[in-house]
Ligand binder design. Structure first.
Ligand code: ADP
Ligand code: MG
Length: 312
């Protein structure tokens, strides 16, 4: 059982919810593999199905069909054991307001049956910089402190996998950076991390590999670098004065002319915009205006979805 390659392996998972009288397909034949020891990003817009998948892993939502293995354990066969392998940091900052951080960690350890001697309450508080607040009412904690406390709660039973659902949604930049650093630290200790996010930047900063999900379906899965290559396409539009003949040097930038504009696409890792401007100058093409457009998550979706459509 300890010999497994994937910390999380899901095959053809389907989940529908009944929303009023309508059936919502939250996950459609969703499959994913997350290698042991990596940081994996589950990326998608709101409503894509990310939390549904996380909740299935945590035994909070029951799937309709499909197979899920956690550290090689089939969750339908042994949900108790598989839950033990996972620590989940939920999306909402729900914390019982009248307990202190130390009490909450002790309670959680009790829930997981961690013997008193093996508890690491002080160490966790220290690592998460909550020692000064150890006896304060949770309701007095700031948003960032609550987020850290929830991370601490997920760690009390020393799980092999940490799952963070939107760890930095709605938190400010300082907190975001400290959460990122902490995630890196957890990963450095050999744990497998899976986080959901709708921030591309977060995935870029942290993840080794990424799965993009939209409308319950997996769109693409790959290493971060593979995906960044898709994203690295940037486009630039020049407002030009007159009809032009496209110089040969521009052909590789997929030139499109329409209504007095010239649109070019280029890979920002390979081409500098100055290079393009120089080509225009050398060919006596005047322009009044330049607009550059950086690819974002939405473009990745459009690009990958279109690519899938044409390939099928
Ligand atoms: P994400 O976490 O990617 O934003 P969710 O997994 O929360 O997406 O939601 C996926 C879809 O399932 C959405 O359409 C959402 O409204 C629906 N959904 C999620 N949970 C429930 C629920 N408990 N009851 C009804 N519909 C739900
Ligand atoms: Mg969610």
């Amino acid at each position: 059982m300890s010999d497994y390659k994937y910390s999380i392996e899901a095959k053809n998972v389907n989940k529908t919810f009944l929303k009023k009288t309508q059936e919502v397909e939250a996950l459609i034949d969703f499959s994913i593999t997350i290698k042991k020891g990596t940081i994996h990003g589950l990326l998608g817009p709101n409503g894509a199905g990310k939390s549904t998948f996380i909740n299935i892993l945590g035994g909070l939502v029951k799937k309709n069909s499909g197979e899920v293995n956690v550290c090689g354990i089939n969750i339908d066969k042994n949900i108790k054991l598989s839950k033990f392998k996972i620590g989940i940091v939920p999306q909402e900052l729900n914390i019982d307001p009248f307990f202190s951080p130390a009490e909450l960690l002790e309670l959680q350890a009790g829930l997981y049956g961690v013997p008193k001697k093996k508890r690491k309450t002080e160490e966790i508080l220290e690592n998460l910089k909550l020692t000064d607040q150890r006896n304060a009412y949770a309701r007095t904690l700031s948003g960032g402190m609550r987020r850290r406390l929830l991370i601490g709660k997920a760690l009390v039973h020393d799980p092999e996998i940490i799952i963070l659902d939107e760890p930095t949604a709605g938190v400010d930049i300082d907190i975001r950076t400290s959460v990122w650093n902490y995630i890196k630290r957890i990963s450095g200790e050999g744990k497998t991390v899976c986080l959901t996010t709708h921030y591309l930047e977060e995935a870029e900063n942290l993840c080794d590999s990424i799965t993009i999900i939209n409308h319950g379906k997996k769109i693409i899965e790959g290493s971060k670098n593979d995906l960044l290559n898709i994203i690295s396409t940037k486009s630039v539009t020049f407002v030009i004065n007159k009809d032009i003949n496209i110089p040969k040097d521009l052909e590789k930038f997929n030139p499109i002319t329409s209504n007095g504009t010239l649109k070019l696409s280029y890979d920002k890792n390979k081409t500098n915009i100055k290079e393009i401007i120089d080509i225009l100058r050398n060919n006596q093409i005047d322009f009044k205006e330049i607009n550059t457009f950086e690819g974002d998550l939405e473009d990745v979706f459009i690009k990958v979805v279109n690519k899938n459509d044409t390939e099928i």
